[in-house]
Design a protein around this ligand. Structure first.
Ligand code: ATP
Length: 605
């Protein structure tokens, strides 16, 4: 597969700088203005101190006037030099945190605009997303970059001006020695950002292995199969690959910056030698020498501050470019021109639907034609990997068909905004979620308006056959169904872990609490249930499906025999369609599978 382009262009950096400026301004304009003023004052205070010191020294040595006023001003400047950076640090942190909050909120808002699944399945997007999340937490460093650039520029201008008064030639030499360092820092920052992006894939894989090793989900298998050391070795390999890339970058920095720093030190030494010999010849005063030393040190320090502020700021902006890219990413699905999803009156029709997950993937659906009439209970069966769950995802518009159409009362799903369409659907997914939340929340997430309505939650749980189990929990519906969080300081009871089948009932309850929806999708709703529970749940589902438009997927063919129509998905197409009786009479694939299952049960002596 082609390696994705991981360069960040100048346009992206400019866009990131603008976005960062807007973000900082919006998260507190007054505070930001105050910070800029204080930063400017903090940057100019050392220059004032250097000049005041020179004036005091010259007056003391030449006995040319009173120094009381100058001494007081010097003391005040000293106070500013000491105190302002502390206050600036505090305000910068405040602004950084506020901006981080706003950035995080916007990032997740943007994530919500990716209404389908395609974007989430793109590894490059996942890398970007993680860097974008990291960037949100590092907005304070952008503030530091802005502050450092401002203060570096001001103190550089001040000290350079002071040096220029004493020796224009020396000013030129100091500048000439410092500029390569500045340019090198900028170049290195760009390279560092590129390396960061390149190693993100290692970081994400390392995170994946560490999650496996530290989480509960894989703990049983890891112990039984004894694969802990194997996974740990893989995790460390990923870390090693990332470290190697970082080490190569560090070496490059070491040689570049080491050489340039040595050059700056040599220039400072030569300047000092010049100043001292000039003072001995009488062409510089003692105050001039002190001013010179302060100015050279000041210029070099300011250049250092400026270089690292610009470099770090640029590095942060380069990674902030990922944030901007995620926030501005186009939705993965067109939102549809309509402003409503009409209630289903006639039914759903899949018309010559072709689908593959990407151009590199094989076709999963190859021209599916299927009608789900309004009020009908339709069942979809097929072997593993036939594409049943894929078809469900298309119905919920997690993806659009690659070719063909799905029509909702004759309207193409592409023309219906996904959120409105999904509001009309309720579903139990094969890979349903188990939320580490309370039992009530696990049901109420299906219909947020029911979250605070215990009667509705109890009703849904009862219809899913989950009520008795929930009622028997230590805190009933308020029992946390997890053991990964502490519950509270006063309550010493622990959370409860449900069994697979019990979780499945909760998933069913979550879909049942979504009342009055037009389409009910049940993708393997009973695969983890014991025979008695399965029988009971299917009886309830049958009751619930009566007169409602629904699509049931099940490998247990006895569960689908009552459906108004049964469709068999094979080789990406509907190969058989009819009622249980007509399909049995046809004697093809469905009949063969049904008899196989039935024989399996009857074979028991
Ligand atoms: N997100 C995905 N990206 C790429 N391929 C996928 C994705 N999801 C499923 N597939 C592939 O699509 C094909 C159909 O999978 P699907 O889950 O729809 O089958 P299914 O009929 O529901 O199978 P089962 O009975 O095992 O649940 C499989 O070959 C699977 O590997």
């Amino acid at each position: 597969m082609r390696e994705p382009d991981r360069r960040i262009g100048a346009d992206q950096v400019r866009a990131a700088a603008t976005a960062a400026a807007v973000l900082l301004w919006r998260s507190g304009p007054a505070r930001l203005a105050g910070l800029l003023v204080m930063t400017a004052a903090a940057a100019t205070a050392p220059i004032a101190t250097a000049w005041l010191t020179k004036l005091v020294l010259d007056r003391l040595v030449g006995r040319t006037g009173a120094v009381g006023g100058l001494a007081a001003a010097l003391a005040f400047a000293g106070l500013a030099v000491a105190a302002l950076p502390v206050v600036v640090h505090y305000v910068r942190a405040q602004i950084g945190r506020a901006a981080s909050m706003v950035a995080t909120d916007r990032l997740f808002d943007a994530l919500g605009r990716q209404v389908g699944l395609r974007t989430f399945e793109d590894p490059a997007y996942q890398d970007r997303l993680r860097l974008a999340q990291e960037s949100c937490g590092r907005v304070p460093e952008i503030v530091d970059g802005v502050g450092g650039t401002l203060s570096g520029t001001l103190s550089l201008a001040g000290f350079l001006g002071s040096l220029l008064v004493l020796s224009p030639a020396m000013t030129g030499v100091v500048l000439a020695a410092a500029i390569p360092a500045l340019l090198a820092e900028l170049l290195l920052a760009r390279r560092r950002a590129a390396v960061e992006w390149r190693i993100e894939r290692f970081a994400r894989r390392e995170f994946f292995y560490s999650q496996l090793l530290t989480g509960v989900a894989a703990a049983t298998e890891i112990r039984l199969f004894g694969i802990g050391a194997f996974l740990r070795a893989r995790m460390m390999d990923e870390r090693r690959s990332a470290n190697d890339a970082q080490r190569r970058m560090d070496e490059r920095e070491l040689w570049t910056m080491g050489g340039l720093t040595a050059l700056s030190a040599a220039v400072a030494g030569a300047g000092l030698w010049w100043a001292i010999t000039s003072a001995r010849d009488g062409s510089l005063s003692a105050g001039d020498v002190s001013m010179f030393v302060a100015a050279v040190a000041g210029v070099q320090a300011a250049l250092g501050t400026l270089a690292s502020a610009i470099a770090n700021g640029q590095a942060r902006l380069l990674s902030f470019a990922h944030y901007v890219a995620v926030v501005r990413a186009e939705p993965d699905l067109p939102s549809g021109s309509g402003d409503a999803a009409p209630a289903l009156r006639q039914g759903l029709e899949l018309r010559d639907v072709w689908f593959r997950y990407s151009d590199e993937h094989p076709w999963v659906l190859r021209g599916v034609d299927l009608t789900i009439p309004h009020g009908a209970a339709v069942a979809l069966v097929g072997l593993n990997g036939a594409g049943k769950s894929t078809l469900v995802k298309l119905l919920c518009r997690m993806y659009d068909p690659t070719r063909g159409q799905i029509l909702w009362d004759g309207v193409d799903l592409r023309d219906i905004p996904p959120a409105l369409l999904r509001w009309r659907i309720s579903a139990v997914f094969q890979d349903h979620m188990n939320y580490d939340m309370t039992a009530a929340e696990n049901i109420g997430l299906g219909e947020l308006s029911a979250l605070g309505d215990r009667a509705r939650l109890v009703d849904a749980a009862s219809r899913a056959g989950a009520h008795d189990r929930i009622a028997a929990l230590p805190r009933g519906y308020d029992t946390p169904l997890t053991r990964i969080f502490e519950i509270g300081s006063e309550d010493t009871s622990t959370g409860v872990v449900l069994s697979g089948g019990q979780w499945q009932r909760l998933a069913l309850a979550r879909s049942l609490v979504r009342e009055g929806r037009d389409l009910m999708i049940l993708d393997e709703p009973s695969s983890g249930l014991d025979p008695e529970a399965e029988h009971e749940v299917h009886a309830r589902i049958r009751e619930h499906r009566l007169g409602r438009t629904s699509l049931l997927i099940s490998h247990r063919l006895s569960a689908v025999r009552d459906a108004d129509r049964i469709a068999v998905l094979e080789d990406g197409r509907i190969s058989e369609l009819g009622t249980h009786d007509t399909l049995l009479a046809d004697g093809r694939g469905y009949a063969r599978l049904f008899r196989l299952q039935a024989d399996g049960y009857q074979a028991v002596p």
